[in-house]
Write a protein of this length. Structure first.
Length: 288
């Protein structure tokens, strides 16, 4: 049997997302956001092969295009060009995360491809060069390559140490409406927030939730204008038993709830699945 290995592509959550300004040179938005990553996500299987190929399986395989726009294929082309080699290897993506959902599915897949292909090809680029390649794939890829809680600034290219975070249960809820991040940023009005100030450490999830209630996701209103069902998802999470905070992640449409135990998040998952059987609803914890 041929040897293979697995690279995880965890879902990303923006615990807060403030838009600080627009960069005059290109109108890119300057962000302030706390990124965290969950144990839930896609998986990429890598297997040696003379030729390069990508196969997609999993719950959301049919929604994903296998073309040069695919983040995994783009990652392979950019990395192989940097290394001066021909792309090779068989990659199988198990697609568990919904598409265009605000939790970095494609971003995480691209980052995992860059990490996994270096292992597969037994060649490495410097961390600086890896981040440069990642940024060409998407502004959030740099944070996904970092792979741990991190404060993200600039246009996604500035990483700063995150506060120490407590254990928490997390509920992810997507009402199954894809949203274009580009359209959300393009459509929002130019009202800006200030950078949010965190403490160095939060010893319990209650104190973290209280702090986060003083922040926001500045894309929420625009996303709700595109897809009003997001408001219903946020309310459903907020009204679930023991929920400490309900918020939208990224540009939507996935929303999340924070709980002080995984069991409470799991109870909310079961409850909401009974009410919204056609939604994607998953409980999880932060990646350790």
């Amino acid at each position: 049997m041929s040897l293979f290995f697995i690279q995880a592509a965890p879902a990303k959550i923006n615990l807060h997302l403030h838009i600080l300004s627009k960069r005059p040179s290109d109108s890119y938005h300057i962000l302030d956001s706390l990124f965290v990553f969950t144990e839930l996500g896609d998986d990429l299987y890598f297997k040696p092969s003379k030729d390069f190929s990508l196969e997609v399986t999993g719950d959301f395989a049919k929604n994903l295009s296998i073309s040069e726009d695919n983040s995994i294929i783009k990652a392979a082309l950019l990395l192989s060009k940097e290394l001066g080699i021909k792309p090779s290897g068989e990659i199988t993506l198990v697609k568990r995360l919904p598409i265009s959902a605000g939790i970095g599915g494609g971003t995480a897949d691209g980052a995992a491809a860059l990490i996994g292909l270096q292992k597969l090809w037994k060649k490495e680029v410097s961390l600086k060069k890896l981040y440069e390649i990642g940024f060409k794939l998407g502004s959030d890829v740099v944070a996904s390559l970092y792979g741990r809680p991190v404060l993200v600034g600039g246009v996604g290219d500035e990483l700063k140490p995150a506060p120490k975070l407590p254990f928490m249960g997390i509920l992810l809820v997507n009402p199954m409406v894809p949203i274009s991040s580009r359209e959300i940023f393009r459509s929002r009005e130019d009202h800006f927030s200030k950078e949010f100030s965190f403490l160095p450490e939060y010893k319990d999830v209650q104190s973290l939730s209280l702090a986060l209630q003083k922040s926001r996701n500045d894309l929420t209103e625009t996303a709700i204008n595109f897809e009003p069902i997001i408001k219903e998802a946020l309310s459903a999470i907020k009204d679930s038993k023991d929920c400490l905070l309900s918020r939208m992640s990224g540009s939507g449409s996935t929303c999340f709830g924070i709980y002080d135990t995984l069991e409470k998040a799991q109870f909310a998952e079961v409850t909401l699945k009974g009410k919204y059987p056609n939604w994607w609803i998953k409980s999880t914890i932060l990646k350790s």
